[in-house]
Design a protein around this ligand. Sequence first.
Ligand code: 6PG
Length: 241
Amino acid sequence: MIKIFSNKDELALFFCDELVKLVTQKKEIFLCLSGGSTPEIIYKNLSADYVDKIDWRKVHLFWGDERCVPSVDEQSNYGMTKKYLLNFIDIPGKNVHPIDGENDPEKESSRYSEEIKKIVPSKNQHPVFNLVMLGLGEDGHTASIFPDQMWLLNSKNICEVAVYPSNRQKRITLSGTAINNAEMIIFLVTGKNKSTIVKKVLEKKQKIFPAEFVQPINGELEFYLDSDAASLLEENNHTKN
Ligand code: 6PG
């Protein structure tokens, strides 16, 4: 399902309302956050208008990937979430499960896999996140699964160590197998600079972009796009929100 919004503010508000519904429906939810800059507008909206609309005691927060940097580093996905969301909501500390970007990447990948195994309900030996948020890079990567590391898609491990191609930065990422075991996956993509890759990924013709292989085995897949990111899509294959 592809949903298109006039702008990223509308997209963010819609997402926040959907999150309220999801949390209300469930006794407990296991949410996997995406990294990068796109989630910032969502966190800002949640902090501004949803602090009391969500029972954060029911929410467990995980990250789909992390840059191997200290949490105070401006590149830290956890750091960004703390700055725009965690500092404003009353969520129990035990419900927040960051990836330790300062730990040895291999050790941290195993440690985080064990933490997920301990806390997130599982099926097929893999975690079943209720919702996995994903971003999309202009090269077709998602989480930290990059086009030159396609093996990460089928890894049997929950987490793996990846390498950001342009600067060799180490990353910890969920594997494609763990991502595709989710109940719901939502790609959040905004900006004109993403319009070409959005079209290619949705066409699923080239089979060279990791995001093409995101398909929940037992769940739903949605794309939330702003009109800029959707600007190259034909009229007939989406709903305007
Ligand atoms: C990361 C991400 C990555 C991100 C895309 C899109 O840690 O970088 O998880 O997959 O979602 O690169 O990034 P933007 O939202 O900044 O465009």
